[in-house]
Design a protein around this ligand. Sequence first.
Ligand code: PMP
Length: 382
Amino acid sequence: MSGYIYMHRKEKGRIVEGYVPWDEAKIHVLSHVIHYSSGVFEGIRGYITDRGVAIFRGRDHYRRLVRSAKIYRMFAQDYMPPEIAGDGIPPVERVVDYFMRITGELIRKNDLYNRAKEVKEKGDMANPFVYIRPVIYRGYDVGDDPILKPPLGVNPLGNPVEWFIAVFLWDDYLGTEAIEKGADVITSAWAKNAPSTTPFMAKGASNYATGQLAKMESVLSAFFKDYDKVRRLKMGDSLTRDDLFLPVESIQLTVSGHVAEGTGENIFVVIYRDGDPQRPIIYTPPIAASILPGITRDSIIRIAKDEGYEVVETMIPREMLYIADEVFFTGTAAEVTPIRTVDGIPVGAGKPGPITLHLREIYTKLVRGQIEDRYGWVEYVE
Ligand code: PMP
């Protein structure tokens, strides 16, 4: 069984748009995006609920997508069909409506609601959810005599703006254990790009070059739990998983060494005032710290404030991660994931703390439609 991907491409200047069978959703090797990273994307999540697929803040994700594209001078009138583009600059909300409508159709056409139930029953996936991946990119329109001067310079303006939306089922992002017990993470030597390099307010493919390097660094590293045991190790001795922390993610710093974010998550640090967990202060880096303005980050800031917590957006030095009482990630895929160790140093008591768990509880119930959605963030595809 397979599915469909929705694609918008240009062929000889004409728009070709519609559903394409999964195996046939292809782009040309001379597409600009492959060579120069000229693409922006989104990651949106739909939860399987009794009322259908609950899409979390889909409109906010598509607004960010349209803005990401605009930063790279890919304008809606360049990639929308004429009925949406009109004859000027189409309102962002009209473009967002269009993307949302196609997303809903695609989820239904691919029967993801029923398929999620199937794979869960069979035990193929623990907690399947719908992942929505739209990409807007600079493509390649094969001309009549293509071998003559194909547009493959750095200048992207001669390449058509194309896009697609793919929807599929995914499982826990950082692993089920990380969500429950807390994730082991490292701080990476690969810094985030400086503000004057690639634009971090755009969710652009190029931002993920350092992210990939940092991610590999983390998943291939391990920390020994016990210094004495390591010192006593002799050839032939064996170590077990229990002797090690096995990091699943990296925290990247800014070029000046402040905490920025995970490779696919924003980060929060909790410090108890006077050591009192009843009086926490929740810190998170500001937008200017080379971070993606995460939609989960925004949701958690709003929920935390509504719960009466003090939330401070400020630059965070690396060592604050080591002395914090709690640290957690937020993201569409990661939701609210507690962090248990950073660079092999336990965070607080080395297990998820009460503030993290409290916010996680509200967030995970809200996105699954299990508590009242007072923010109007959840939209159902039935
Ligand atoms: N930072 C980066 C680098 C990301 O890739 C993501 C995932 N989109 C996030 C933060 C979290 O953003 P959001 O909450 O919007 O998913």
